[in-house]
Design a protein around this ligand. Sequence first.
Ligand SMILES: *Cc1c(COP(=O)(O)O)cnc(C)c1O
Length: 223
Amino acid sequence: MTDVEGHIKSIKDELPDNVVLVAVSKFHPIEALKAAYDAGQRIFGESRVQELLTKYPQMPKDVEWHFIGHLQTNKVKSLIPMVSLIHSVDTEKLLEVINTEAAKIGKVIDVLLQLHVAKETTKFGFTCDDCIELASSGKLLSFQNIRVRGVMGMATNIDDAQIIRTEFKEIHNIFNTLKEKVFNGKSSFDIVSMGMSDDYHIAIEEGSTMVRIGSVIFGLREY
Ligand SMILES: *Cc1c(COP(=O)(O)O)cnc(C)c1O
C-alpha cells in the first residue's frame, strides 16, 4: 500500500459518518490521485481551473470534482461541465456568471457561499450581512441554475486552537442563520465545508460536514 492509500484509510477511519472527505489534490501528480482512487476516494478538490481540466480526462468517470480555489468569471464556462460542487463562490457577479453558463448547458450546479471570517485581509468571501442582503434582495434564490448547498470557510492560519475554534463556530452560526432565515430549513442546504489538514479535528467538533484535506493525504505541495 502506498502512503497515500494508508493516509486515506486512516483519515476515513476517524471521520464521523456524516462528514465527507474531499481529497485536495492540487499541485500533486496524477499518480497520487490514482493511488487515492484505488484506496476508494472519489471526491477530489482542485484550486486551479487549468489543472482540473488537465487531470479530468486522466481519471475515471466516477470521480467527483470539487473546485475550491478563487474563481475568475472568465474561467467559469470551461469549469462548469466538469465540476459537481464549487466551494468558493465569493461575489454576486460570480453567482450571475455561474448561473448563466450553467443554463447554457442545461445544468443545475451546486455551490457553496464562501464566508469571510478569518482575520487575514487576503481571504475572499461574503460576510453574514452580505449573504442576508443578497438573499433579501431576492437574488440568491432567483438563480434557476444554481443550487446553494451551504457554506465554506477557512480559519485564520494561526497556531491558536481557541481562535480557530471561534472562527469555525462563527461559520457554523452563519450557516444556521442562513438555513433558517434565507433557506427556510431547506434540506438541500446541508453542507458546512470547513477543516483542512491542520485544523480538521476542531472543524468537525464545531459542526463541519465536509473537510478539505491535502497535505495529510498527499504530503507537502511543491509550488
Ligand atoms: C489547499 C487548500 C486546502 C487543503 O489544504 P491542506 O492544508 O493541504 O489540507 C483546503 N481548502 C482550500 C480552500 C485550499 O486552498
